[in-house]
Design a protein around this ligand. Structure first.
Ligand SMILES: NC(=O)c1ccc[n+]([C@@H]2O[C@H](COP(=O)([O-])OP(=O)(O)OC[C@H]3O[C@@H](n4cnc5c(N)ncnc54)[C@H](O)[C@@H]3O)[C@@H](O)[C@H]2O)c1
Length: 270
């Protein structure tokens, strides 16, 4: 059981957008935060320690994992990267992260998966995590592989995890699609906190959205986590209207994955 007062939590990808929101939201509650990223983090609080490292650096990972009880793995190469980088960072790197975590006795893992794990489902199908994955891109395929790796680490090594299929993480919704997929800063903090403190999640997969009125998914496993979203993209309609976003017209994308489901893939090495 992860205890915010005594457990040490390692956040990877700590310099990123979500990592920064998690630091801000968790450091008041979690007494021992360890952070890592390939990019620097300089504004450390008293209960944060930071090591700059590439996720491919196995030795650095071994050191980072010492004394860690729970891992929040937010490192990720975004979809626009070439195939090799996506695989190296998002899966080969994940393997080293999970192996070093296992060997160090880490008990809980929260993993940044993505809505692109099911992005090829037609938008009128209310997808749930119980349905088979239908990734919309190699980025999505690799996220599904990550979820499968976490299932394996639960079945073979009894490490409980929550894979968060994050929608559109932003301070505010940005377009028509994010009226369905937005995940706010305080809701990602809530999801990670609940995932860490759950007594036995198994290898749970959860949709990571705020409580958006226009949500297109169903049964996202929120009740298992006792997650009650604080935010709803609908509250930001006036802002979106002022930005010229088409709020009332037909839904722009035919699939859950939005543009990812129609964009050509980058060939390897480009
Ligand atoms: N932001 C979203 O809407 C969204 C949606 C779905 C999934 N996700 C996933 O959530 C995670 C965090 O997303 P984010 O928006 O904070 O992205 P981000 O790009 O802001 O943060 C990712 C972090 O990973 C670090 N990183 C990249 N390559 C690395 C390497 N080789 N070694 C060590 N660190 C490395 C980057 O420096 C960065 O700080 C990612 O895995 C992403 O795929 C995000």
């Amino acid at each position: 059981m992860i205890d915010p007062a005594t457990s040490r939590v390692l956040i990877t990808g700590a310099a990123g957008a979500i990592g920064s929101a998690l630091r801000e939201g968790l450091r008041g509650r979690y007494h021992h935060l360890r952070l890592t990223d390939i990019n620097p983090v300089t504004d450390l609080a008293n209960n944060e320690e930071f090591t700059q490292a590439d996720v491919s650096d196995r030795k650095a990972l071994e050191t980072l994992m010492q004394g860690v009880d729970a891992l929040v793995h937010m490192t990720g190469a975004p979809a626009e990267h070439d195939l090799e980088t996506l695989f190296r960072v998002n899966n080969r790197g994940l393997y080293d992260v999970l192996e070093t975590a296992r060997l160090a006795g880490v008990q809980r893992i929260v993993y940044a998966s993505s809505n692109h794990a099911f992005g090829c489902y037609p938008i009128d199908v209310p997808v749930s995590p119980a349905m088979p994955a239908r990734p919309d891109s190699m980025y999505g395929v690799f996220k599904v592989l990550g979820e499968a790796m976490l299932q394996y680490y639960y079945d073979r090594h009894a490490i409980g995890s929550v894979s968060l299929r994050i929608g559109t993480y932003r301070p505010l919704p940005i377009d028509q699609r994010s009226l369905a997929t937005w995940l706010s800063p305080r809701d990602i903090v809530q999801l990670v906190d609940l995932s860490l403190r759950h007594s036995d999640p198994g290898a749970l997969v959860v949709n990571g959205y705020s409580g958006n009125t226009r949500i297109k998914t169903q049964d996202p496993n929120w009740a298992t986590l006792d997650y009650v979203p604080l935010d709803n993209a609908e509250e930001h309609i006036p802002m979106l209207r002022a930005m010229g976003v088409d709020i009332d017209g037909p839904w722009e994308y035919r699939e859950h994955g939005g543009s990812f489901a129609v964009q050509p893939e980058k060939p390897p090495g480009v």
